[in-house]
Design a protein around this ligand. Structure first.
Ligand SMILES: [Zn+2]
Length: 249
């Protein structure tokens, strides 16, 4: 299925039959990516008296409860409601779902004991001024990211100036393969989150951050169309399924 897309005066061609899913599946049990000391995902049959919602236990249907934490259990998209005093729902603020996206690969810099993605790295790697979404694949990249247990490991994060630069460049959607844009332990400052969303002084309500993606090595850096899929959950964050499509000019 070939489509031609016009965006900011440029025409792009894409093939919707060739999706590149960059989400990590939400699986029950401990063999899945995890952060923030969250319990693993649970998917369990409903039990009512002696009825068990499981075809293999005599029920007519499988009927399961799902227990998860969007921020800690896998790929998720969040809005400014993640850091705001006000209760702000992603579902009320993300209202369009296709964007031109640039994928870059970045090896975070060692600064003191931390690994940090800096503004200077972004300035030198980002080439496409028209991209509204930025997808960051950190290096080294390995499929181990799909099962990594991030809690208490001080993962790489974004320099505050890097997040502010994205705002100045009008990048509305940031996606990365880390559990947070901020340092795991930063005394609750969440400096990069605040700089990206410009909260509370000039809040960018329609902007999102997507964490814990995985971009395989087979996907080259460059320009893509991204489809941001979320659930219609009224919450600051939702499990999400970002999908890339290669585009040609
Ligand atoms: Zn999060």
């Amino acid at each position: 299925m070939i489509a031609t897309i016009e965006h900011k005066g440029k025409n792009y061609k894409t093939d919707f039959s060739l999706p590149i899913d960059i989400s990590i599946p939400l699986k029950p049990g401990p063999s899945n990516v995890n952060a923030w000391y969250c319990e693993p995902v649970k998917i369990e049959p409903v039990v009512m008296g002696d009825w068990i919602g499981d075809v293999n236990h005599g029920a007519g249907v499988n009927f399961r409860n799902v227990f998860l934490n969007p921020h800690g259990n896998g790929t998720h998209t969040e809005c400014v409601g993640h850091i705001s005093i006000e209760n702000i729902s992603l579902n009320q603020n993300l209202k369009s779902f296709f964007f031109i996206a640039e994928l870059i690969s970045v090896e975070p810099e060692k600064i003191n004991e931390d690994l940090v993605i800096t503004k200077n790295q972004l300035v030198s790697l980002c080439r496409h001024i028209d991209a509204e979404a930025l997808v960051i694949r950190t290096l080294p990249n390995s499929i181990e990211k799909k099962v990594h247990q991030y809690s208490d490991t001080n993962p790489p994060y974004l320099e505050m100036d890097a997040a502010a630069w994205m705002m100045s460049r009008n990048i509305k959607h940031l996606l990365l393969d880390l559990p947070s844009v901020d340092r795991e332990k930063d005394e609750g400052k969440l400096a990069a989150h605040h700089a990206f969303w410009q909260y509370p002084n000039a809040t960018r309500f329609d902007c999102t951050i997507t964490e814990l993606i995985f971009v395989p090595d087979t996907v080259p850096d460059g320009l893509y169309l991204i489809n941001m899929m979320i659930t219609s959950l009224e919450n600051d964050a939702s499990p999400s399924k970002p999908v890339l499509y290669k585009i040609d000019t």
